[in-house]
Design a protein around this ligand. Structure first.
Ligand code: GLP
Length: 237
């Protein structure tokens, strides 16, 4: 595991954008795994800038997002589909048919989980996966206690995660109780993984990860068993 300590959120975003730009330049038809939340916003801004200034092209890029809320319309203001369009997809030349997010609004959620992993496999697997980390160590929406061998599945969100994400909703009670998320095993299949975390809130989670103790009670710790992970982190108490 490679650790890169940064001084500012902007620096984290730039370092992460460098890794993604390099991947896109070296393999213009890369399969990218993408994440939502406050952590990647700066990196997406940086990628949009590079698309506009340096013609970094997403024309043949395919993306698979980690997760989506269950029960929200795709176009709901709080859906991850909307988040991704407002932060990245609307501003680059990605083809709509190359954008994949789990469908949290389908009648048959179990079938959607199986189909999502299948779609990733058919595309050739994820080349580069971006991750944030929840304060409780969740990755995607895989909460503590999730088996490491889990594939894409439906999860019940913890109170901690619902509270963390309430800022994206008009009222905390509107935060869905369930989500569909790539499993830990689905994430571990990516060829390369970049995890970004900045700020006081994330320090404990980063410290836990650094301790090297692998346990299902701290989902991100399974990344210690992956051969190609970079952690870009920073912030002080
Ligand atoms: C949500 C997402 C995660 C993300 C986490 C942290 O729970 N499902 O993928 O890592 O939020 O988000 P933030 O970057 O806003 O702290």
């Amino acid at each position: 595991m490679k650790w890169i300590e940064v001084n500012t959120y902007e620096e984290m975003s730039e370092v992460a954008a460098n890794i993604f730009s390099k991947q896109i330049q070296e393999k213009p038809d890369s399969i990218l795994g993408l994440a939502t939340g406050g952590s990647p916003v700066g990196m997406y801004k940086e990628l949009v800038k590079r698309h506009q200034a340096d013609r970094l092209s997403f024309k043949n890029i395919q993306t698979f997002n980690l997760d989506e809320y269950v029960g929200l319309e795709q176009t709901s203001p709080a859906s991850y589909w909307t988040f991704m369009h407002e932060n990245l997809f609307n501003f680059v030349d990605i083809q709509p048919e190359n954008i994949h997010l789990p469908n949290g609004k389908t009648a048959d959620l179990t079938a959607e989980c199986v189909a999502y992993d299948e779609r990733i496999k058919e595309a050739g697997g994820i080349d580069l996966q971006l991750l944030g980390i929840g304060v409780n160590g969740h990755i995607g929406f895989n909460e503590p206690g999730t088996p490491f061998d889990s594939m894409t599945n439906i999860v019940e969100l913890t109170e901690s995660t619902r509270t963390e994400n309430a800022i994206y909703f008009n009222d905390p009670s509107e935060v869905p109780t369930h989500a569909i998320t790539m499993g830990i095993q689905s994430i571990m299949k990516a060829k390369e993984i970049v995890l970004i975390a900045f700020g006081e809130k994330k320090l404990d989670a980063i410290e836990k990860l650094k301790s090297g103790h692998v346990t299902e009670e701290f989902p991100a710790s399974q990344l210690l068993n992956h051969p190609n992970v970079t952690i870009i982190f920073g912030g002080t108490k």
